[in-house]
Design a protein around this ligand. Sequence first.
Ligand SMILES: Cc1cc2nc3c(=O)[nH]c(=O)nc-3n(C[C@H](O)[C@H](O)[C@H](O)COP(=O)(O)OP(=O)(O)OC[C@H]3O[C@@H](n4cnc5c(N)ncnc54)[C@H](O)[C@@H]3O)c2cc1C
Length: 318
Amino acid sequence: MTLEKSDNLKHVLAVPDFASGSIAREDNLFINAVASFCATVGAEFSMLAPRSFLEDLGKTASLLIGCDLPPGVFQADALHGVIEALVKQYGFHTVVFPSSEWGEDLVRRLSVSGNKAFASCVGFVTEHGFVQHIGQDHELLVAPCELLTLSEQFVGADARAAPTQEIGFASVSTCSVEFIEMGCEQLGDVTTAPLESARFIIAAGNGVTDWNSFGELAKALGATVGASRVVCDRGFLPRDRQVGSSGTLVSSRVYIALGISGAVQHLDGIHDVEFVISVNSDPGAPIHSRAVLPIVADANAVVQHLLEASVTKEHGHG
Ligand SMILES: Cc1cc2nc3c(=O)[nH]c(=O)nc-3n(C[C@H](O)[C@H](O)[C@H](O)COP(=O)(O)OP(=O)(O)OC[C@H]3O[C@@H](n4cnc5c(N)ncnc54)[C@H](O)[C@@H]3O)c2cc1C
């Protein structure tokens, strides 16, 4: 088997993080690493990036695809959907992420949803496959696969194309730019996505009073909004947001319950949630017993702190 000009790798989609909300040094290194990877395996290089970054990215890939998801916010479900749609639409053979927190999360999501193998932290390729860096001094050779994350130290066969410590992109001779039709609008606002399939829910109870900040926080975190029945009864959120025995039974991975007492009908609705985080000013509130992380605090103050922290992160100060 040889990876040179291998058919099954020939069209690569790279998905940098841009986690700082700008084109940071680590994004730059990743982009150069992908260019090096593509040169090594003889593949064409396409890249997904926030629409507002396309001009600054210049001719870094033969195809730049702009999307409207906001930079610096990890909207895992939305990104997952965008990438799956792109693979279908453009027929990408391989999707490459940086070996970062976000990249490692996305590659696993796609691996599960597409039932595909993935290789994590690939350091270089040989004619026999991908070599993963596992731990400080260990490497593992795995068969080439369609999903991978690249190590920061990725080294391509073409030494000139290998990532360097310098800031600056390798550039391609021709570059076309397209925009994915599904920005946030077509994907639907993640905050109002159906509760039954949401992976990350932030829910409000009667203890929440600052509704503007609560809504902003849900957006900033990319979380789907849920509510207790009292909140829906009082008209603060629509009925389709109600979690519980007479609302929706949810099975998210994470559920943040803000100012919710934890009445038995509400607890019925979160029975299948993996991790509950509760914020309630009453240390004896039943919701705390269901939580892996019970926080005795004013829910509105916690919302405010989280919102400030997410804004700081978005602007690259934290
Ligand atoms: C047949 C039936 C079906 C029902 N189905 C549902 C259902 O599907 N879903 C559902 O949710 N309920 C359901 N209920 C209602 C349920 O019994 C509770 O009344 C409801 O869940 C309470 O909502 P809550 O916890 O938001 O409000 P409350 O009971 O008013 O509790 C508010 C909580 O917020 C805390 N709090 C107050 N201020 C703050 C603050 N500043 N910071 C932090 N914490 C604060 C308080 O300590 C308290 O624990 C049902 C009831 C019946 C009879």
